[in-house]
Structures are given as C-alpha cells and as structure tokens.
Design a protein around this ligand. Structure first.
Ligand code: ADP
Ligand code: MG
Length: 247
C-alpha cells in the first residue's frame, strides 16, 4: 500500500461554543486531488489553517509524509514541503510580481530578511522565483506592480508563490474564486498537471472544477465530514444533495 502524503486524524477545534472542526479525518495520496467542499462557514479554511500550522487543533493528529507535525509551526511545515494559497490574498500589492515570487522563495527557505536589495540579487531565490512565474505564465509580467494585475493574474501569482517552495503537497483554498470561465478553465488544466508533481487538497466552490478534477471529494457541514467518495458517490449521496447541492 502507498502511504498518504497527508493524514488528518480526528481533528477537533472549537471557537467558544462553535465546533469549527468536529472530529475531522481525511487523507491525501500521491498524484491525487482531494476536494473539500461545503457551505460557507462549514470550517474548510479553519481545517486548512490547522494543516498549515497557523492554528492549533484542540485535539487530533496531523501527519505529513509519515511524520507527526501536529505541534510544528508554519515555517517548519513549509520547510517539509507544505505549499499553500490563501482564501484572502497574501500578496504585497505595491511590490512587483517578481518581488512577490522572490519573497515566497525567501519565506520557503526560512531565510532571514535583511536588505531587500540583496534579496533581489540572490540567484538562489531569483531562479526558483522566475521558474515559478514561467510555470503559471506570468514571466512577461515579472516587472509589473502586483496591484496592476487582473484578479485572475493575482491568483496565478499566488500559485506561483506557493510553487517557489517546490512543495511535496499543495493546500489550495478557493483558487478559482473570482476567476472568469476562461481563467478557471486554464487553472483547472494547470492543477490537473500539478497533481503529478505534488498532490492537492483543494477547497473549492466551483463545482465544475471540482467534478472535473477531484479523485475524491469530502463534504464538510458544520465542522463534520458527512461524506467522502468519488464524484459519482458524492453526486448520488442524498444527504449531500440536501445539505450542500441545495436539492
Ligand atoms: P469556511 O472556510 O468553510 O467558509 P471557516 O473555516 O472560515 O469556514 O469558518 C468556520 C466557522 O468558524 C465559521 O462559523 C467562522 O465564523 C468560525 N471562525 C473561523 N475562524 C474563527 C476565529 N478565529 N474565531 C472565532 N470563530 C472563527
Ligand atoms: Mg473559507
């Protein structure tokens, strides 16, 4: 049996009386796209934050590449190869596209930030930054100010920032949000390739993208995984149709 790249076991997290994660378990295998869907407020972003180390679970266990990472911080987890994008953009809008990618490469390597001028001359950061921009098709926009990019290009840049880490797995929180049809088609094709490099846990509302990409889908409702299965299983599940698909 192949080992999962990510294993989330019995995670619980409460905010006061609210159970944002209620005994959540899921896993992610090499080459796989595992989609996490569910209504707003279901606890999808909260789960992603706990996997990244930005938020500590009250109980439960998280393993990455066979190693217990439950008590490790975000930097240690990033160094182990955990790449992510955020639901809320983390880009520096006044910086250029290349500067954002270089900052990503810097953060990924856990290097100390001293003089920005030196950082922008560091070939060990520039090379992976340029490579990542090329992969998402932003190489010609490298010197543009991030604030001047279209919404779709900013989402591409976020993926590029995650790529600078050369991750072993990706956590993507609503990467299609706000993209037009063309943009989400292009990103869908890109993610379909990317999965062979590193498997993807994909939080996404765009059901066309989810059904096109996901090998497995988990449905989260009020902090609980109510179903995990293939697209077919999920489409046929009466509880899911009621709770999420609105039928
Ligand atoms: P989703 O990403 O599925 O839309 P979230 O994970 O963002 O949902 O939120 C799940 C629930 O937890 C929501 O009710 C939200 O208001 C609540 N929540 C999230 N973060 C916090 C926090 N830091 N403090 C209190 N409540 C929170
Ligand atoms: Mg969310």
């Amino acid at each position: 049996m192949t080992e999962p790249v990510l294993r989330v076991q019995n995670i619980c997290k409460s905010f006061g009386a609210l159970k944002a994660s209620d005994d959540v378990s899921l896993d992610l295998y090499p080459g796989e796209i595992h989609a996490l869907i569910g209504p707003n407020g279901a606890g999808k972003s909260t789960l992603i934050k706990q996997i990244c180390g930005g938020l500590m679970p009250d109980s439960g266990r998280i393993e990455v590449l066979g190693r217990d990472v439950t008590t490790l911080d975000t930097v240690a987890r990033a160094r182990m190869g955990l790449g992510r994008t955020f639901q809320i953009s983390s880009l520096a809008m006044e910086f250029t596209v290349l500067q954002n990618a270089v900052l990503g490469a810097l953060g990924a390597r856990g290097k100390a930030f001293r003089f920005f001028g030196n950082v922008m001359k560091d070939e060990t950061l520039l090379a992976p930054a340029r490579r990542a921009l090329e992969r998402v098709g932003l190489e010609e926009d490298a010197s543009r100010r991030t604030a001047d990019l279209s919404h779709g290009q900013r989402r591409q840049l976020e993926v590029a920032v995650a790529l600078t880490l050369e991750p072993r797995l990706f956590l993507l929180d609503e990467p299609m949000a706000g993209l037009g049809g063309g943009g989400s088609k292009a990103l869908t094709a890109f993610l379909d390739e990317l999965r062979h490099e590193a498997p993807i846990l994909l939080v996404e509302h765009d059901m066309d993208a989810v059904f096109a990409l996901a090998d497995r889908i988990s449905v989260l409702v009020y902090g609980k995984v109510i179903a995990t299965g293939t697209a077919e299983d999920i489409r046929a599940n009466a509880e899911v149709r009621r709770a999420y698909l609105g039928e």
